[in-house]
Design a protein around this ligand. Structure first.
Ligand code: HEM
Length: 179
């Protein structure tokens, strides 16, 4: 049965690493956190566009804060992603795709770093500069391909996916351990 698991299937206390991975919740914490950086990066790009095509004078400033928020959320995504990544067998198909996924997400991050550096001094402008919009568009393109690579990892290669049979076996193991 899905739900919060107070102890591991072997009946011991969870390690810190397992807690960060989301194992007590029965689902990867990476998948729970990634919505925040994704939404913030895309939101920043859209606000920059709005500042030129709409009438929203504070949009570039809002976008600047969204980028900073995205960086904070990226720390959570990178931490949870790396913990799962380091547990993968080197040279395996999953690890190869995870490496590609990681590189695209880090490239997206890098484009937004440059974006933030270029814009910070001019963040009170009422219209976003074209260079900010171009960097935002490239960053979002890398982000989207990175999301697809993450999706391949989960939905094609079954990374951190528990089948009904595996879930049932874990439940029996927990019951046998008396948790
Ligand atoms: C060092 C950086 C990263 C590494 C090593 C990494 C690793 C992984 C791994 C191993 C998975 C497979 C599922 C899992 O283990 O939870 C995954 C899935 C995924 N990752 Fe990352 N990741 C990184 C950064 C990010 C960032 C920054 C984002 C978003 C901005 C992101 C978005 C995703 C998405 C959307 C999936 C698919 C999840 C799903 O559809 O449920 N990842 N990543």
């Amino acid at each position: 049965m899905p739900g919060i698991r107070l102890r591991s299937p072997e009946g011991r206390a969870w390690t810190l690493k397992e807690i960060v991975q989301g194992k007590p919740l029965g689902a990867p914490s990476h998948a729970m956190i990634i919505h925040f950086p994704v939404a913030f990066y895309i939101g920043a790009f859209v606000f920059d566009l709005l500042s030129r095509f709409g009438d929203f004078k504070a949009a570039p400033l809002a976008a600047t804060w969204l980028i900073i928020g995205a960086f904070i959320a990226t720390v959570g995504a990178v931490t949870t992603g790396l913990i799962d990544y380091l547990g993968m067998v080197p040279g395996s198909t999953k690890r190869t795709w995870a490496t590609r996924h990681m590189l695209f997400q880090l490239a997206a991050f890098a484009f937004f770093v440059v974006n933030l550096i270029l814009r910070f001094h001019d963040r009170y402008l009422q219209k976003a500069k074209i260079s900010w919009i171009v960097l935002g568009a490239i960053g979002c393109a890398f982000l989207t391909v990175g999301q697809w690579l993450g999706g391949v990892l989960v939905y094609e290669l079954g990374m951190r996916v528990s089948t009904a049979e595996r879930g049932e076996a874990a439940r029996r193991q927990r019951e046998a351990a008396g948790s």
